[in-house]
Ligand binder design. Structure first.
Ligand SMILES: Cc1cc2nc3c(=O)[nH]c(=O)nc-3n(C[C@H](O)[C@H](O)[C@H](O)COP(=O)(O)OP(=O)(O)OC[C@H]3O[C@@H](n4cnc5c(N)ncnc54)[C@H](O)[C@@H]3O)c2cc1C
Length: 455
């Protein structure tokens, strides 16, 4: 543990030194091995800040159920370090290479979010390298303004180098139940019912999400932790998890180890691996197992984007190029069926992922002002559509609809808001005050430039 702490201290020092050495005129970036950001960004020749010593778990206090974790530690590594002690983070984003700092500053979510809220709500304190070049500790009682403004700031106020987070006890297996629905209204009503009681048919639920394949085919997926030994399924090989939930009517059951349950969406990047042929039985058989993971598909996707391979193929086939629609939006649960009904008619993308969420506490987080006590559903859709009459036509349509329904959109991907709209939606005044205080010389990019202007 002492070794981990001194390694971390050395890592922080290297980060600070690289920050001090960065030319004042070059936009600052992290040099990271992985990213789950989908915005196309302006080219940047800068070397990026040295994060090499900030990728591990520093210490776990099993009794207090807390972990001290370096900012750029992936959830893959964090989960490996906690599960062997029968513990897990309160919210484990579905993609293995998402880092704790990335999920806190970029708002991760997953199927415990209906009971545990969002990753930043389980942060007890964090050390941040601010834009001013200082390392300071932020918590509800210390530098509380930056602690509150950090979620959804995407590294524009500073970088988290250490986070102390809460953990929860977990059991070794998860029993899954998948309930088929023939209408989105019924499906959303069932999710609402589970959120209200925390249970399905009187039995407590630990994990809750869902998938819509079409207007008359959707599933609520429920998981319950269990210690009961027994056979488990494996979706890291030839079987494909999201296909396994499909059935004609009623309910099906399944079981996974807790490890495989937490990563059940990573193997096929939800369903996005299909774009690379990885779900075709013949190709899947020869596709190396170690490349069946979201980070590898992400790399392929970035190559595709760089060389515009998809658009070239469309052109060869006489079709228009595509607009990328890779988005997660939060809609109040009372408007969710309305959103889905509109989406299924207006945007030709399925499947759609549903993940209910409610903030764990009563606190407000100014840069992503969803309301405490309100049930929301995160709706995720990741594909392309034919280009429209203007740049980002379908993305803009979605932004408008989400706004009409009193929802919010995550900022990890393309956004098209005007600055006044953006300020209103993402805590503009509060952001500017905090930015001025912690990044007085604007060494870090501003959130609008990053999220909308793709800098
Ligand atoms: C297709 C797709 C699906 C997704 N699905 C999910 C999902 O299922 N569940 C989920 O929770 N999230 C999901 N996300 C969103 C993801 O959690 C966010 O994009 C998150 O910010 C990525 O974190 P990262 O660690 O990969 O950071 P990066 O992608 O490397 O960086 C993201 C941003 O965070 C900043 N940043 C990174 N580390 C830090 C730090 N330590 N301190 C401050 N700022 C930092 C970077 O500067 C950058 O602006 C998805 C994203 C995509 C593209």
């Amino acid at each position: 543990m002492v070794d981990a702490q001194s390694a971390h201290a050395a890592g922080v020092q290297r980060l600070v030194q690289s920050y001090q050495a960065a030319p004042a005129t070059t936009p600052i970036r992290l040099a990271k091995a992985t990213s789950n950001l989908f915005r196309t960004r302006a080219a940047n020749n800068g070397r990026g800040l040295d994060t090499s010593g900030l990728t591990g778990v520093i210490a776990i206090d099993a009794e207090a159920r807390t972990a001290d974790v370096a900012g750029m530690c992936t959830y893959d590594d964090l989960v490996a370090a906690t599960l062997c002690r029968g513990l897990a983070p309160l919210v484990v984003p579905q993609l293995k290479t998402i880092t704790l700092g990335g999920a806190v500053t970029g708002l991760g979510i997953e199927s415990t979010s209906f009971r545990n809220g969002l990753p930043h709500e389980s942060v007890l304190e964090m050390d941040i390298l601010t834009g001013a070049g200082e390392i300071l500790t932020a918590s509800p009682g210390q530098n509380a303004d930056v602690y509150r403004a950090f979620p959804n700031s995407y590294g524009t106020l500073g970088y988290a180098v250490r986070l102390r987070i809460e953990l929860e006890a977990v059991k070794p297996f998860v029993a899954l139940t998948q309930v088929r629905f023939h209408s989105v209204i019924d499906l959303v009503a069932a999710m609402d019912g589970i959120m209200a009681t925390g249970s399905l048919d009187g039995v407590l639920v630990d994990y809750l999400d869902g998938v819509v394949f079409s207007a008359d085919e959707g599933y609520v997926c429920v998981g319950r932790q269990t210690s009961a030994p027994g056979p488990v399924s494996d979706y890291t090989g030839q079987q494909i998890y999201y296909r396994s939930i499909q059935h004609d009517r009623g309910v099906t059951d399944d079981r996974l180890t807790i490890h495989d349950d937490l990563w059940r969406w990573d193997t096929d990047w939800f369903w996005c691996s299909e774009a690379f042929g990885a779900q075709h039985p013949l190709i899947r058989r020869v596709w190396p197992g170690r490349y069946r993971r979201s980070s590898f598909y992400g790399k392929l996707m970035r190559i595709e984007q760089r060389f515009q391979i998809g658009d070239r193929i469309e052109k060869l086939n006489g079709r228009p190029p595509c607009e990328r629609i890779v988005q997660d939006v939060e809609v109040p649960i009372a408007r969710c069926a309305e959103f889905l009904d509109w989406f299924l008619r207006a945007v030709p993308i399925t499947p759609i992922w549903l993940c209910p969420l409610r903030l764990k506490g009563d606190d407000r987080w100014p840069l992503y002002p969803i309301r405490p006590g309100q049930n929301y559903v995160n709706v995720g859709f990741w594909s392309t559509v034919p280009v429209g009459s203007s740049d980002g036509a379908t993305n803009r349509l979605i932004e408008r609809k989400v706004g009409e329904l009193d929802g919010h959109k995550s900022l990890y991907s393309d956004s098209y808001y005007s600055r006044p709209e953006f300020d209103e939606l993402y805590g503009g005044d509060s952001y500017r005050t905090t930015k001025k205080r912690y990044d007085p010389d604007s060494r870090l990019l501003d959130l609008y430039s990053k999220a909308v202007q793709r800098r």
